[in-house]
Design a protein around this ligand. Structure first.
Ligand SMILES: [Zn+2]
Length: 304
């Protein structure tokens, strides 16, 4: 099963020659979740080969333009493509009237259901509960209300050892109980322990998205033990004061958060446009948290 983050944009505030504005697609088993939607996101989805039609959920972290100016264009294109399926948008509650106004002013009619789900301020909140996945929002610390998102696979049931159950004629009507952990006793009184009939399921995976935020160790508890953390790293350490003043983080601070959270891997992005080469940011982060990657637009980062 695939669990992969594709970065569409990793520049902060304004695009550069090589970096677009914030947007990512999380691909969980070919279901796509769009996180932030900076200007031009629909173009970058196309360029990087992401199928629009597979996106049914969009998550907008906050209402700075570099995180949502691409939304109106994407929604209009989906209409032109004949979309009928509902689109759910998890976002600050002020976004719905903004989008409705843009649609009205431009005479754009959307016929597929567009559902806005406002994010709850100040708490970790379960916002999406699917068969195999849960998504939580949690508060970040930025100049305006801003949310991070945590995607976690649900724990799967134990897997049957197919050969074993076939060989011992374990009845099919017992399979569900056995996957839940039950033992089985046959008509002759022979006990089959669960661990003989089943094996452990694959480990459930998780991804947390933190952009934009100032350095804030208080957020660590929201995603402790996460497999992959994406954390903004707008500035290098020599600009720590600027980072603080603008409610952003340095690369080292992003690494401190990953370390505190005992994350498996750290992805840094949302780089200030001043860094044509982000190696200084990567170096500073890796000094604290070695398993750090500075993301590139169009690249995909998988979780095994
Ligand atoms: Zn931003």
């Amino acid at each position: 099963m695939r669990f992969e983050i594709k970065v569409l944009g990793s520049s902060s505030a304004m695009p550069t020659k090589t970096r677009n504005l914030s947007a990512q697609v999380l691909n969980i088993n070919e279901k796509f979740f769009l996180i932030d939607c900076g200007e031009g996101t629909q173009i970058h989805l196309k360029r990087f080969g992401v199928k629009f039609t597979r996106i049914n959920h969009i998550f907008i972290s906050h209402l700075h333009g570099d995180h949502f100016f691409g939304l109106i264009g994407l929604l209009a294109t989906l209409q032109l493509l004949g979309r009928q399926k509902e689109m759910q948008i998890f976002c600050p509650d002020e976004l719905e009237p903004i989008i409705r106004n843009q649609l009205e002013a431009s005479n754009t009619f959307i016929s597929y259901p567009l559902v806005f789900i406002p994010l709850e301020e100040g708490v970790k909140d379960l916002i999406l509960d699917k068969k195999d996945l849960q998504v939580y929002s949690f508060p970040l610390r930025h100049r305006i209300p801003t949310w991070g998102f945590l995607f976690t696979e649900k724990e799967q049931k134990r897997k049957l050892k197919k050969d074993f159950v076939a060989r011992h004629n374990i009845p099919i009507n017992q399979f569900e109980n056995i996957k839940e952990g039950a033992d089985f006793t046959d008509e002759n009184g022979v006990l089959y322990e669960n661990r003989i009939m089943t094996k452990a399921p694959p480990k459930s995976r998780s991804f947390a998205y933190c952009s934009d935020t100032k350095y804030s160790p208080g957020i660590i508890d929201y995603f402790k033990g996460v497999d992959v953390l994406y954390h903004e790293a707008t500035f290098a350490e020599d600009k720590i004061k600027e980072a603080r003043d603008k409610f952003h983080s340095t690369a080292r601070q992003a690494a401190e958060i990953a370390k505190g959270a005992e994350a498996g891997k750290l992805l840094i992005g949302h780089f200030s446009a001043r860094y044509e080469n982000v190696s200084v940011l990567l170096r500073e982060a890796q000094a604290v948290f070695p398993n750090t990657i500075a993301v590139e637009d169009g690249e995909a980062y998988g979780i095994e």
